[in-house]
Write a protein that binds this ligand. Structure first.
Ligand SMILES: NC(=O)c1ccc[n+]([C@@H]2O[C@H](COP(=O)([O-])OP(=O)(O)OC[C@H]3O[C@@H](n4cnc5c(N)ncnc54)[C@H](OP(=O)(O)O)[C@@H]3O)[C@@H](O)[C@H]2O)c1
Length: 263
């Protein structure tokens, strides 16, 4: 199986922690040069310094950008691609705040659209020429199982994730002939700072301890445990390899079997 990514350049967004950081580690382990992107420069520098370099000449870099700053994001992506064409794009960023859809302000939808869909589109347009020229492109969007079963209490997120899924499926049809695949990974409950925040919020709202809240959530998962960021990252990294060339336009849940939908 051809899993080697040496000579490839990956841009991993939301890479200062959690699933993005874990993805950067897996891609570096497979040989890619990795550029990390998020807002926190100090955290990115620390991740970049510890990324694996198993192949001679492998180098990693980082860029501090707020994905809400569309013009800044475009400038950064163009600059990154000018150094070395980007072959692998991991679209990943913080999840929108919770709450029902009917109480969310129009601004909340607009912000989430800008951070997720417009961010992805901005990066795509900056990086596509390089992917086309090299005949190799892998775009993986980290979204949510809500694209199969909308999640109660995540109204803005459910809406924006569905838009990203529709965008991705459309692109998968448009770009496949150029050697570019576009897929989505849907994490289940995964041990990251975001999950810690969710447990704290639900604990406060319900009066139960965080451990009781965690046990309640785990009871909904056939695997009876939360996922690790590295387990999500392993699937993301596989989708970026030559071996995954014929996997295109799919949404893969990595959730311990929690999503009950058939497709
Ligand atoms: N963990 C779960 O259980 C779970 C389940 C389903 C779906 N997901 C989704 O999967 C994605 C990753 O989850 P995670 O748990 O790894 O999240 P996380 O720990 O909150 O990490 C989010 C990453 O995005 C970056 N980020 C946030 N806002 C940004 C912005 N405006 N511009 C640039 N970078 C930004 C953060 O870095 P900075 O703060 O430095 O910018 C961080 O690196 C999220 O969309 C999340 O909703 C997670």
């Amino acid at each position: 199986m051809q899993l080697n990514l040496s000579g490839r350049h990956a841009l991993v967004c939301g890479a200062s922690q959690g699933i993005g950081r874990a993805s950067a580690i897996e891609l570096a382990e497979l040989g890619a040069n990795v550029t990390l992107l998020a807002r926190s420069g100090d955290a990115l520098r620390a991740v970049a310094e510890t990324l694996p370099r198993p192949y001679a000449g492998q180098r990693h870099d980082w860029r501090s950008v707020d994905m809400l700053d569309t013009a800044g994001l475009h400038a950064a992506a163009t600059d990154i691609a000018a150094t070395q064409s980007v072959h692998i794009l991991i679209n990943n960023t913080g999840g929108p705040p919770g709450g029902p859809a009917h109480t969310a302000t129009p601004d909340a939808f607009e912000t989430a659209f800008r951070q997720h869909l417009l961010g992805n589109q901005t990066l795509l347009q900056a990086l596509l020429p390089g992917m086309r020229a090299s005949g190799y492109g892998r775009i993986v969007n980290v979204i949510s199982t809500s694209v199969k079963e909308p999640i109660v209490g995540l109204g803005v997120s459910n809406t924006v994730r569905a838009a990203v899924a529709g965008w991705a499926k459309t692109l998968a049809g448009e770009l496949a002939a150029d050697g570019i695949t576009v897929n989505n990974v849907l994490p289940g409950y995964t041990r990251t700072n975001r999950l810690d925040g969710l447990l704290a919020t639900q604990s406060k709202a319900s009066g139960r301890s965080e451990d009781e809240v965690a046990q309640g959530l785990m009871a909904t998962i056939p695997a009876h445990r939360f996922g690790e960021a590295s387990e999500i990252a392993a699937v993301i990294a596989f989708l970026c390899t030559p071996a995954a060339a014929y996997v295109n336009g799919v949404s893969i849940a990595v959730d311990g079997g929690r999503t009950r939908a058939l497709s």
